[in-house]
Design a protein. Structure first.
Lengths: 221, 227
């Protein structure tokens, strides 16, 4: 039996489509974890990245923070937080946020730095305030790169949120962890397929967001 | 002090032994990934149409969670180190291929023309001109790939204790010893930082002509992170 058979068997079993362990519930949980972690990470990473990128200071510190964030093992961090904080959503959220902040922070900083200086100077010469320059000149130009940072953060969260199942939470990791212990490959492969599909959907969402929000002049360049 | 690093005997390793095991399980895949990525990237540089589909395939493979990847492979490679290392090698491609392609593409046309005019054949031009100029970009990719590889090995704990330092997580849980979990998390993080620093050292050695600027640091990191 190969992987495709397992996938087919998993999705054609109607028991997998309903109840608290059904695909719709697990997908919804997974999306919920992803959105929460991404929102927290963006709330931290975007403002800091925009500000440091605008002023051009602190690039070294950011590189350091990014490396440190990447060096922390998500899985180990989750188990550690689980032991320290006990059962709750925080032990799951902390590693996901730590995972997502570095790409957001570094790409946002670098996106702001890579804005051509001429339009920024022109804006300043026209008498725009610093906040206006930040939001009306630099941000629109930097947006494609900023979105790519958010996208890679989102994809990493989607694929890592599976570890939540190890500390008894839901999400698509449930199928993988349960399948592993029950020696039920069908379940594992089904869960993996769903996560990969969700990652593809995430790619699509960010592509669409880019089409909608990036100004046409910037896109052409 | 030695008690701090004492491990339960069922792990069958000393702490140092686990560290070495961890390094091997994390870095061999990246090395293997590099060996695959170099020709693949060269192919993508030569045949432009090949690059977008290769990027898509690696991105999709990267989205498969490591745990699921491990478990699917158990069917073929059993509860072995290989089961942990194959996915890590595949993950490294998503960072390495674009890094090498960007690096090789960034070599100025004049430089290539000069090399050709000096009588360099394609192979020698690749090895002696393109690769050295692309080295900083390639090493930036290697840094990201190695660091995430070091942190991912721990998940191998779930498939028959193949997670090196990650195995301490399980022991910490079942023996209720937070010390072991700290040892695992801090050890892995320190290992990742050391590997990162070692690669920076390699870059400085390989490219003595490069300025040691900080600006470049975030830029290459951002490029690698944007994948």
């Amino acid at each position: 039996m190969n992987v495709l058979n397992y996938i087919d068997a998993f999705f054609s079993d109607s028991a997998h489509w309903q109840g608290y362990d059904g695909i719709p519930t697990r997908v919804a949980e997974h999306i919920q974890y992803t959105l929460e972690a991404l929102a927290i990470a963006a709330a931290v990473g975007l403002p800091v990245g925009l500000l440091t990128g605008h002023t051009g200071r602190g690039g070294n510190t950011l590189a350091l923070i990014a490396t440190a964030g990447r060096a922390l093992p998500s899985f180990g961090l989750m188990v550690l937080m689980f032991v320290l904080l006990g059962l709750g959503l925080a032990p799951v959220m902390i590693p996901l946020v730590v995972l997502a902040i570095p790409p957001i922070l570094v790409t946002t900083y670098e996106a702001m730095r890579s804005v051509a200086p001429a339009p920024v100077d022109a804006a300043r010469g026209m008498g725009m305030a610093e906040t206006e320059i930040l939001f009306r000149v630099e941000l629109p130009v930097a947006l494609p790169l900023i979105l790519s940072g958010l996208r890679s953060a989102a994809i990493q969260i989607v694929s890592t949120a599976t570890i939540a199942a190890y500390v008894s939470f839901g999400g698509l990791g449930r199928y993988i962890v349960d399948g592993l212990y029950q020696r039920d490959y069908e379940k594992v492969v089904g869960g993996a397929t769903l996560v990969a599909a969700l990652a593809l959907v995430t790619l699509g969402v960010f592509w669409a967001a880019g089409r909608l929000s990036v100004s046409r002049g910037v896109r052409r360049a | 002090m030695s008690e701090l690093f004492d491990l339960p005997s069922d792990l069958q390793h000393s702490y140092f032994g686990l560290v070495m095991l961890h390094l091997r399980e994390a870095l061999l895949p990246v090395l293997f990934g590099l060996l695959v990525a170099l020709p693949l990237a060269q192919l993508c540089v030569r045949l432009r149409w090949l690059y977008p589909p290769v990027l898509w395939v690696t991105t999709v493979l990267y989205a498969i969670p490591s745990l699921a990847f491990f478990v699917i492979l158990i069917d073929y490679t059993g509860l072995s180190e290989l089961t942990v290392m194959i996915p890590l090698a595949i993950y490294s491609l998503v960072v390495l291929v674009p890094a090498i392609v960007d690096g090789v593409r960034s070599v100025p046309q004049e430089t290539l023309a000069a090399a050709t005019a000096m009588g360099f054949g394609p192979v020698r031009r690749y090895v002696q001109v393109q690769l050295p100029i692309a080295a900083p970009a390639i090493i930036a990719g290697l840094r990201v790939a190695s660091v995430s590889s070091v942190s991912l090995v721990s998940v191998g704990m779930l498939i028959g204790n193949q997670g090196a330092l990650g195995n301490l997580l399980n022991s910490g849980m079942i023996y209720n010893q937070p010390r072991l979990i700290w040892l695992s998390v801090v050890g892995t993080a320190v290992l990742a930082v050391l590997v990162d620093a070692a690669l920076i050292g390699v870059r400085i050695l390989l490219t003595p002509w490069m300025p040691r600027g900080a600006r470049k640091n975030t830029r290459t990191l951002a490029k690698a992170a944007a994948r």
